[in-house]
Design a protein around this ligand. Structure first.
Ligand code: ATP
Length: 228
């Protein structure tokens, strides 16, 4: 059973066709990259899957079912940077996120440990490096102990150290059995981090499949052009 299955998803904003009949399947346990240049429809696609946006056409299933609140609770999302309080500690910031999600202290401790921030839990957010700030954002997305994590451009705007930290965290979470769906405009990132990929261009799906199979295709470089 696929974690996420999309069939013919289309979305238009006025004159702009952001997505045209996109279909693909996300296997359980995969790190699934949605790859495409700016404006190719990645954020729109993640918005539809997370119920922020409605598709004009098409359908999708989560865990083999039409998504209801129960399926959505199994998904953690990081679509835009959370508004953390700069002068509050990481722990206090997560307490605020946890109260919204009705999660307790055990959950806060769990996600801080997963994200390697437990020892720095009492430090103010403003003292965190870029990579630590992003790891805290991922920790907040993990508060409900989701089976699936959806991340929009998780390394965007980070310094090289932060990029390495976030990629390592993605590896660790995948090893722990989570399915991860991430948008990226970097072919290199998808090759390093992902097991599967769907390539979007101007709202059209060019191809999808396991990364090691996709990169064997003779026309791969051409298809991925603009994604580097
Ligand atoms: P980026 O990395 O720049 O966010 P993307 O691949 O995530 O790009 P989308 O943000 O989904 O792509 O945008 C797809 C297309 O839809 C683009 O042409 C964009 O300008 C357009 N678009 C996105 N959101 C809106 C909106 N709210 N109103 C009008 N057009 C939009």
């Amino acid at each position: 059973m696929s974690i996420l299955s999309l069939q013919g998803i289309s979305k238009r904003y006025g004159a702009i066709q952001a997505l045209s009949g996109v279909s693909f399947d996300v296997p359980p346990g995969s790190v699934f990259g949605v790859l495409g240049p700016n404006g190719s429809g990645k954020t729109t696609l993640l918005g539809i899957v997370t119920d922020v946006l409605k598709a004009d056409k098409g359908s999708f299933q989560l865990f083999g079912k039409t998504a209801t609140a129960a399926e959505r609770r199994k998904i953690g999302t990081l679509l835009e940077t959370p508004n953390f309080y700069h002068y509050l500690s990481a722990w206090k910031n997560l307490e605020i996120s946890a109260s919204i999600k009705q999660r307790g202290k055990d959950d806060i401790e769990r996600v801080l440990r997963i994200c390697g921030l437990y020892d720095r839990r009492d430090n103010a957010f403003k003292t965190y490096s870029l990579g630590m700030k992003q790891r805290l954002a991922i920790a907040a997305a993990l508060l409900g102990d989701p089976d699936v994590l959806i991340l929009d451009e998780p390394t965007n705007g980070l310094d090289p150290a932060g990029i390495a930290e976030v990629r390592a965290l993605i590896h660790d979470m995948a090893k722990a059995g989570k399915t991860i769906i991430l948008a990226s405009h970097l072919l290199d990132e998808v090759e390093k981090v992902c097991t599967h990929v769907a390539i979007l261009q101007k709202g059209n799906l060019l191809l999808s499949g396991p990364v090691n199979e996709v990169i064997q295709r003779t026309d791969f470089v051409e298809l991925a052009a603009g994604n580097n």
